[in-house]
Design a binder for this molecule. Structure first.
Ligand code: FAD
Length: 482
């Protein structure tokens, strides 16, 4: 009798421990993906449905996975419903001997998996759970109080101290599968937008799927020299752009780790860049470990004093920020990049997040939710953890009183204004020294660049110095209230 492999955020064939084990057993293998919008554990407040951009990615990634499985004589069965019922139901349907899956170390997912395990046990069907989503399981890194670490540097030192993670497993070359198991159609799942179809920018920017993820990693590592410096420059193509691939498990962190170490061994002069790159992957790991300890991290301030923060409810300002109409070119460029391509450069994510939370005094949760809906890499750990980091309410956070100056950030990290010109084309004709602060241009300079401030491009929504002072005054009200 067959083994079912239940796919979740691991939409790949290589380094997929559950699939590898099932294929190696010689049994017939049924590959299953369940679109679960019904399990109680996956509904708010415990978890959130996928955002719009992530749903688009999921559809493409499932298509790519289905094609890869077909190429090795397998098929991907698609079903919708509460996963525990659906998987256990299919197990009965095909008379499965076992169900295999890779763990996701997140409370809501583990709750669903726990229900499935119990349902299978009642039917006398075995379940086997593997690890493949993280470099190190949260249980392996605890402090004396048996809590996860709250500071990144010691956390990452502990991870590095554990040595190399297991080597990645090869993809199965051939599967022995069962023909004609009823499957739903991806087109009926409404994962992709139709009216209006806003996904043109995503299609233009990305090729989801395992093959594209592997190709991206290779291209990036072939040219990683300078990453440690270039990674902060939104005007350069200096980072891996792997985040959505990693988010959907099209590539595993272990594969990235080992490929990076292989590159470092071949080119020792790149060791600094490669260590920096791996430490960024370490941040993903850190955020996931935090989430394991604090499942409601998207809701709750990690530092309690922020519960009393006097956030402003300002729908107009929020909307201006979302649409990239704040009057600060670097902020607007970032927000428009996000809307178009489903990602934003990391440096600019920090700038726009700081701007929302500090200059506009809007609750970080409103920004986190917008990112959740618009990012193709929207991640239950990395998104809230980074938002809280910027807001100052998080673990190992930037102190609230450190307010990013959006003009200086622009001038430092986009010195020629190339990034702003790309995403805010109405400013393209301004000279470099004015592009990050168009309001300082003379009327003649503005006219020369074809700009009418307040009409073709907005005046700053808040003056920087005033915004900064207001933020510090708000912070003074909660300071020391922990
Ligand atoms: P690279 O520099 O090539 O980094 C390699 C990998 O490391 C990334 O693919 C990603 O998996 C991981 N990584 C890098 N930086 C971080 C970080 N600060 N935190 C966690 N993981 C990191 N990243 C997400 O994957 N999902 C999110 O929802 C997300 N939300 C964010 C929200 C805010 C406010 C901020 C400031 C950052 C957020 N990040 C998030 C982190 C970071 O911006 C992206 O991971 C990065 O921009 C992805 O680009 P890259 O793959 O080219 O990165």
């Amino acid at each position: 009798s067959p083994i079912i492999v239940w796919f979740r955020d691991d939409l790949r064939l290589s380094d997929h421990p559950a699939l590898h084990e099932a294929a190696s057993s010689g049994a017939r293998v049924v590959c299953l993906y369940v679109l679960d919008e019904q399990s109680r554990a996956l509904k708010p407040p415990a978890a959130r449905p996928l955002g719009g951009a992530a749903r688009w990615w999921l559809a493409q990634s499932l298509r790519a996975l289905g094609d890869s499985l077909t190429a090795i004589d397998g098929t991907l069965v698609l079903r919708k419903g509460a996963a525990a019922d659906v998987v256990a139901g299919l197990a009965r349907e095909v008379n499965a001997r076992a169900v295999f899956w890779n763990d996701i170390a997140q409370a809501p997912h583990q709750a669903v998996a726990g229900d499935l395990e119990a349902a299978l046990a009642r039917d006398g069907i075995a379940s086997q759970i593997f690890s493949g989503d993280l470099l190190v399981e949260p249980s392996a890194i605890r402090n004396k109080e048996n809590r996860g670490l709250r500071v990144f540097t010691p956390f990452w030192r502990r991870v590095l101290g554990l040595g190399d993670p297991p080597r990645p497993l090869p993809a199965p070359k051939k599967l022995s599968s069962i023909a004609s198991i009823p499957s739903e159609s991806l087109d009926d799942w409404d994962l992709e937008p139709t009216r209006p179809d806003w996904a043109g920018g995503l299609r233009e920017s990305w090729t989801p799927g395992e093959a594209a993820a592997q190709a991206r990693l290779k291209t990036f590592l072939d040219d990683i020299g300078g990453y440690a410096d270039d990674r902060d420059r939104p005007d350069r193509d200096g980072t891996s752009r792997l985040s959505p691939h990693v988010r959907f498990g099209e590539i595993s962190p272990r594969q990235v780790w080992h490929a990076a170490h292989f590159a470092a061994a071949q080119h020792p002069r790149l060791a600094g860049d490669i260590d920096k790159f791996l430490s960024e992957l370490g941040w993903r790991e850190f955020c996931r470990h935090l989430l394991f300890d604090v499942p409601d991290m998207a809701e709750r301030n990690l530092q309690q004093q922020f519960d009393a923060f006097p956030w402003k409810r300002d729908v107009r300002a929020l909307k201006a920020w979302q649409r990239g109409h704040t009057g600060y070119p670097i902020v607007d460029a970032g927000m428009r990049e996000l809307w178009h391509s489903g990602v934003m450069h990391n440096r600019v994510r920090m700038v726009v997040a700081s701007f929302l939370v500090k200059h506009l005094l809007i609750d970080w949760r409103a920004g986190e939710q917008w990112f959740w809906d618009t990012l193709v890499d929207a991640d239950a750990g990395s998104n809230p953890a980074n938002w809280q980091w910027v807001a100052g309410s998080g673990a190992d956070a930037a102190p609230y009183f450190r307010v990013f100056n959006p003009i200086l950030q622009g001038e430092k990290f986009d010195p020629d204004g190339a990034y702003v010109r790309r995403w805010v084309p109405e400013l393209a004709r301004l000279p470099d020294d004015l592009i990050h602060q168009p309001w300082t241009a003379t009327p003649i300079e503005l006219a020369g660049a074809g700009i009418e401030l307040g009409k073709t491009y907005p005046q700053p929504i808040v003056e920087h110095k005033q915004g900064r002072e207001r933020a510090l005054a708000a912070y003074a009200k909660i300071r020391g209230k922990d």
